[in-house]
Design a protein around this ligand. Structure first.
Ligand SMILES: Cc1ncc(COP(=O)(O)O)c(C=O)c1O
Length: 495
């Protein structure tokens, strides 16, 4: 290979670690075809020497490129550009081209799905929580009761009795809506996507908490929307600098999950909710509230949803029944009023005509009979136990890390000591040690979160959680012993 290809201009003074710069340069050369499929990359020792960096920087860059599918290595033969890199698409690219972040996420999940890996990385409820018999009975009953209408097209806005029921349940949260303001969607994900499509055009700015739900980053990318992150602390999205951001960037939408935030688990206190709504009202900024984890409450009572406090008619509320049992049924909803509702219904019709009638009707029946709520309360008890096990296991086995016990939701957001391995470095080692998690940078708009990771608290029973945390802390300790950060390592060749 022509060595000039690898003559990167590495910035040794800047904030970005050298391994990351190296990784970026190599990924770009692969995407641009300068490095072609099958090209052999230099050995890590040779490249480190050529660039005057520590070998560990090259090793870390190669490891991440492997995870992201850019390169492969063959024992005894060397490292090669993969036959298909993440940038290679047979179809027209999405508005925002597929980014390495997407590829990382997919690769991350597939690595963690190896047998014997205790996988805390997913954002889904445990299979054992999904009540097959309950849904089987509901589906049977609906087909017997409704016959062909259960498998015909439904109204684009949704099955009316379900919309009425959703409106009644929203009233329990203090949200005052009629069935005419309830749009049934294909899960909460589609509710978010419809809101983005109805309110933004490509190039518009979307404000979101930073970190945020990765699915919203995917939507923004697919729709060509510019995402701007608002920092988060233990009390959720910080509102102190929000006004400056609004004035400076003129966003068209603000997205957040104020209760049991994914990934941090934080709950935004009432005073912040009011401040945020005050700003939204002053600048006529629509707010998209994500309430998908609302039912998974373990301690304390969260403040009312933003939608319940909204005096300006600016809040859209998105949620679903996925996190409380039924992710594959794909039933969610969006609460919105006024002319916006009609626009959302039109976008929904264009997207998929309607949400499946059978699933809507089955969920409606299971809800109306009270069986679903009964099941959810059982699941909540199990989740509370699992959360307690994870907190115990962390206190006992991983005192070097920091976390705030989440009052609800599915996730625990863990902070690793800053001087030690990053979550990405740890991930690769942890999977080999039989445990996986979601790496912090996946959730950020700007590659922060290097020392954070997200753990799904509800995925396993208590003894497996304990074993998983043991493996995690052991993996961290092995890597932390003698660890030299890639930042410091740049001046220490051949580590
Ligand atoms: C914050 C948040 N919103 C929305 C969703 C999507 O939910 P659904 O499965 O209902 O589409 C998820 C799923 O992980 C989520 O974490």
């Amino acid at each position: 290979m022509d060595k000039t290809m690898l003559a990167f201009a590495l910035n040794r003074e800047g904030q970005e670690p050298l391994y990351n710069q190296l990784k970026r340069h190599l990924a770009r050369q692969i995407e641009n075809g300068i490095l072609a499929p099958g090209d052999r990359l230099p050995a890590t020792r040779d490249l480190a020497e050529q660039l005057g960096v520590a070998r560990i920087s090259v090793v870390a860059a190669y490891e991440e490129l492997k995870v992201e599918g850019y390169i492969t290595s063959q024992i005894g033969r060397g490292t090669f550009v993969a036959e298909r890199s993440p940038g290679d698409l047979d179809v027209a690219p999405l508005v925002g081209a597929m980014s390495p972040r997407d590829a990382t996420l997919r690769e991350l999940l597939s690595l963690a799905d190896r047998p014997n890996v205790i996988n805390f990385s997913h954002g889904i409820p445990a299979d054992s929580f999904l009540s097959v018999s309950l849904i089987r009975e509901a589906l049977d009953a609906v087909l017997t009761r409704d016959g062909a209408s259960a498998i015909a097209y439904e109204a684009p806005e949704g099955y009316l009795p379900l919309r009425e029921l959703v409106a009644r349940r929203a009233a329990n949260l203090g949200i005052d809506v009629t069935a005419g303001e309830v749009l049934i969607t294909g899960g909460c994900q589609q509710a978010l996507d419809l809101a983005v499509q109805a309110l933004l055009k490509p190039g518009d700015v979307l404000l979101t908490s930073n970190p945020t739900y990765t699915g919203m980053l995917d939507i923004a990318q697919a729709r060509g929307v510019t995402v701007l992150g608002v920092p988060v602390d233990a009390e959720g999205m910080q509102t102190a600098d929000l006004e400056d951001l609004i004035v400076q960037h003129r966003p068209r939408l603000l997205y957040l999950a104020p209760t049991y935030h994914n990934p941090t688990g934080s709950v935004m206190p009432l005073h912040r909710r009011r401040h945020l709504l005050d700003l939204a009202g002053r600048y006529r900024l629509p707010v998209l509230e994500d309430g998908v984890y609302g039912e998974l409450r373990y301690t304390g009572e969260p403040p009312p949803p933003l939608k319940a406090l909204d005096e300006h008619g600016l809040v859209l509320y998105a949620s679903s029944f996925s996190k409380v049992l039924l992710p594959g049924m794909r039933i969610g909803y969006l609460l919105a009023g006024g002319g916006l509702y009609q626009r959302l219904a039109r976008v929904k019709r264009a997207a998929d005509i309607c949400t499946p009638a059978l699933n809507q009707r089955a969920i409606h029946l299971a809800l109306e009979s009270g069986q679903l709520d009964e099941h959810v309360s059982q699941v909540r008890i199990a989740c509370r136990q699992r959360r307690a096990s994870m907190l115990d296991a962390l206190s006992q086995d991983f005192p070097e890390a920091c976390w705030a016990p989440p009052a609800g939701g599915m996730y625990l957001w863990l902070e690793l000591p800053t001087g030690g391995p990053t979550s990405t470095e740890l991930y690769l080692h942890a999977v080999r040690s039989g445990v996986a998690f979601a790496m912090g940078p996946l959730f950020y708009t700007d590659a922060q979160g290097r020392h954070h990771l997200r753990l799904n608290m509800s995925a396993y029973p208590p003894d497996t959680i304990q074993e998983g945390i043991k493996r995690l802390s052991a993996a961290w300790r092995e890597l932390a012993a003698g660890y030299v950060s890639t930042d410091q390592a740049s001046s220490v060749p051949f580590l």
